[in-house]
Design a protein around this ligand. Structure first.
Ligand code: HEM
Length: 199
């Protein structure tokens, strides 16, 4: 799979290596409606992607900086002995940066739904550490931290959007659309954590 950055190891979007979501695609529009994401938001997300593209890697560094400040979060990307795992961080970094753009631009279809299942699984004991073949301190990221961290991912993005926004109104609209999109993604990532009849 290629991107502006070239091949991304472990990025299985749209391939046979990607997990399958058990959800029907008509659930997508119900969730879009639930987060209030509409066609206007998609226009703002398309513009946001143009602005964010050159900063996506820096955004990931920003989020990882927040995680690194908190030992109870940093341990999920550490080695078994608790030290920093540079290879693990380096390997997943381009996929994380690619997600920033994907979240704004990918059509929400079967392939998109399936990759959200894959990202969810990669935060759980089903698939964490496997994609990059690493040994890490933890093999599962608790759902509570996954959900809570959405706050950081939503709020910190506003400063990056401001770098390219043409007006305060456009900034607010892009930021609102980004927040809706993040919540939509994270909602789907919780699916493999939760008993189907509860989710
Ligand atoms: C809303 C919050 C979060 C977002 C948007 C997010 C996003 C992502 C993305 C896009 C990837 C790469 C997926 C891929 O392989 O294509 C990833 C992987 C990863 N994330 Fe998160 N994440 C969040 C929360 C967290 C938290 C709270 C932690 C740890 C405290 C965490 C640790 C990791 C780790 C260790 C990986 C690599 C997983 C693997 O072994 O494949 N993430 N995340």
């Amino acid at each position: 799979v290629t991107s502006a950055l070239g091949m991304i190891d472990g990025y299985s979007y749209g391939t046979d290596d990607c997990a399958s979501s058990p959800l029907e695609t008509d659930e997508i529009e119900r969730l879009e409606a639930a987060v209030g994401l509409g066609p206007e938001d998609d226009r703002h997300l398309a513009r946001a992607a143009e602005i964010l593209e050159p900063y996506a890697a820096e955004m990931v560094d920003t989020w990882r900086g927040v995680i690194a400040e908190h030992p109870h979060l940093a341990r999920y990307s550490a080695r078994p002995d608790g030290s920093r795992h540079e290879e693990y961080s380096a390997a997943s970094h381009p996929r994380f940066a690619r997600w920033v753009i994907d979240a704004c631009t990918r059509p929400r279809d079967r392939a998109w739904l399936d990759y959200q299942e894959e990202i969810g699984l990669r935060h759980t004991h089903h698939k964490k550490n496997r994609t990059d073949g690493v040994e890490a301190a933890e093999d599962h990221i608790p759902m509570r931290y996954l959900v809570a961290f959405a706050s950081v991912v939503m709020l910190t993005t506003k400063d990056f959007l401001r770098r390219g926004a043409s007006s305060e109104a456009e900034l607010e609209a892009m930021h609102a659309a980004w927040c809706k999109a993040v919540l939509l993604h994270v909602t789907l990532w919780t699916r493999p954590y939760v008993a189907p009849e509860l989710w």
